[in-house]
Ligand binder design. Sequence first.
Ligand code: UD1
Ligand code: PEP
Length: 425
Amino acid sequence: MKKMIIHGGNRLSGSVTIGGAKNSTVALIPAAILADTPVKFDMVPDILDVHNLMLILKSMNVHSDFADGVLKIDPTEIIEAPMPSQAIKSLRASYYFMGALLGRFGRATVTFPGGDNIGPRPIDQHIKAFKALGAEVVENEGTVHITTSGDGLHGARIFLDLVSVGATINTILAAVKAQGSTVIENAAKEPEIIDIATFLNNMGAHIRGAGTDVIRIEGVSTLKATNVHTIIPDRIEAGTFLSLAAAMGDGIRIKNIIPEHLESFTAKLVEMGVQLQVDEDEAYVAKSDDLNAIQVKTMPFPGFATDLQQPITPLLLKAQGSSIIVDTIYPQRVKHISQLQKMGAKVRSENDMIIVEHTDALTGATVEAGEIRAGASLMIAALMAEGETQILNADNILRGYGSIVEKLTALNADVSIEDTAEIAE
Ligand SMILES: CC(=O)N[C@H]1[C@@H](OP(=O)(O)OP(=O)(O)OC[C@H]2O[C@@H](n3ccc(=O)[nH]c3=O)[C@H](O)[C@@H]2O)O[C@H](CO)[C@@H](O)[C@@H]1O
Ligand SMILES: C=C(OP(=O)(O)O)C(=O)O
């Protein structure tokens, strides 16, 4: 276990370069096992989720090698084998091995995934899609067994009951090598879905409509990588740094962004009065004062991302008046509230609403990162606070923020990470 130690109050300036998107990467790695050749990804973030996925690959005799942002995966000698349950439980995206193994072998046995504890996270829509494609699915003591008989998977028309990133990607992974045509209706439209479809299409898949709510897939028999796939920039990491820059920056440039992926977020910053200039692939945030309170409602893409409601909360403390956040995706995603209160933040959760009042000053405290974006929220608050903050369970931050100490230090923050293994035991 790790803890992050921050001495807050430093004004920050300089530039930061955003890494590849966590939520693309964690789907691309399982997707790689569908290939009949080695594959190579570029702009891979150095985050814990990647290392845990590499452990899972190893258990299947899939060799992977990660250095300088390049991840090579060789699935050509893959075998069916039990997967390490600790690694599976350490992240959400291990559920993508259900779709990927099903696509590769016509069967899969995968323990229920872990990931952030942000309220109920059922996978009924994933299972509904696998069944529609002809699979039989049995859940037994936390493990999902998926099998096919006869000719294996066949194309189907699937209407997802709700918009789900995971169910959309898992259906694509299972359907890409199935016989015939699959249509996914009410599909999620997140940019990461387009990234996965691009990777698969470049290997010979026929996926059309990714990024819209109807995705059409014609099954193919083989997938072969011929080029390096460069992962899109992480819009959630970018939003986290935008929020930090608006709260504590004296001029911060955020490089390697796709502005169109951040529009719902930057629109809110502008509404607050943040001094923001957005260019082709970077944004500049000047020192921002006199901020207005706003209302935020999280929605599937292109709406305001649930993963950014916690990172924007410390910035809202600086606004005059009361801001309100309603998280329609995860109403129980409030792990940061009690911890921010320990630092003196006037924030509370009431009737599925988060109410953020203007707070003159925050003070350092010992707090706990209950999940990744709660951790990001506490990290920003700690950089705003006077004195020392210790963020326990910082592993949750490292799940999704690559080279975070280096990136913050380069902006003049006083931050370090320490091992707390002995204390935890
Ligand atoms: C690895 C990854 O990409 N994680 C992201 C993904 O998670 P994840 O893919 O798990 O989230 P979903 O888009 O599936 O969830 C959206 C909503 O649908 C519900 N639901 C989902 C599936 C299902 O079978 N049944 C069901 O009821 C969920 O409880 C949630 O309320 O999208 C979330 C919503 O943008 C983000 O917060 C996560 O960062
Ligand atoms: C909820 C998140 O991640 P995961 O789905 O991987 O738990 C997140 O990235 O904010």
